[in-house]
Ligand binder design. Sequence first.
Ligand code: FAD
Length: 295
Amino acid sequence: MAFASVELAKVGPLYCLRLAEKRWGKVTTDLNTIVLVKQVPEIEKVRFDYEKGRLDRSSAGAVINPFDLNALEAAVQIREKIGGTVIVVTMGPEKAEESLRDAIARGADQAVLLTDPEFAGADTLATSYTLASAIRKLGAFDLIICGEKTIDGDTAQVGPEVAELLGIPHVAFVEEIRDMDQRRIIVRSKMGREYYLIELTYPGLITVTKDVNTPRLAALRDKIRSRTTDITIWHTKDLTDVADKEFYGLRGSPTWVAKIYAPLSEKRRAQILKGTSEGVAQRIVQALRVHKILR
Ligand code: FAD
């Protein structure tokens, strides 16, 4: 031990960093965090267009997806603890710039808007491809933080898909950040009634639930500052060196929407079956056949 400290004292902090990298993987002094945010309609105000079978987005204002505010808050708290940069990225129409300015007012350092008619009509895979391509173009990062899901699409697929496309590990449904430093983060991930305590070494991605923190409100001075902050805007032509445009938007989407409708809400009818175990089992099987759940 004494030998090691003499050696380290002789060669200085850079050597310490290299030694640590060799032993434990990449070590960063500041943490580069990317937060993915989606602009969504204010869900309590939005109307459904039954004729066209889609949300009438013009009927309501647009806000940052609530879970993404938790993602942003987590990133800002991390920067406050150990330093670094927080970059927010969104894919959406030009109007999504409003959400990026809101994110800057709430603590993000930089913002990137991915907007282009060719990105439109994207399913979750094409969305994730576009976001992952932009992240590649941004260069070195340590941690990506997403919301667990959105309140409009609600698939919870984008976070894990982005991680897969970038070839990095991910942890979904993080409800608590237990500990973290420049090398790794320890999180508690909620899985139904169970939870996992996971250590994730950078680079990696987490998706967070609303329990992870309470998002801060933007101060007036930060709202004013955010109005004049530069926002990077990338179109398809800006991503040509990192992406293939065959995978963007509608063209790059292997799924499509056949029909959208509001399901009729039916009241559940409970039935208590009495009798012997065998008799009850037979009646359950019969009921499942009647309802075509069993053949
Ligand atoms: P989730 O997977 O639930 O989101 C998880 C997290 O990923 C979010 O909390 C956020 O951190 C991140 N994230 C998600 N989306 C974005 C984003 N855009 N930018 C940055 N971060 C993000 N939507 C349209 O607006 N126009 C269309 O024309 C359109 N066409 C579609 C066609 C098909 C066939 C399908 C299946 C979907 C279409 N959608 C369209 C919906 C679109 O695919 C989803 O909005 C998008 O993929 C995100 O999915 P989600 O909302 O379920 O996100």
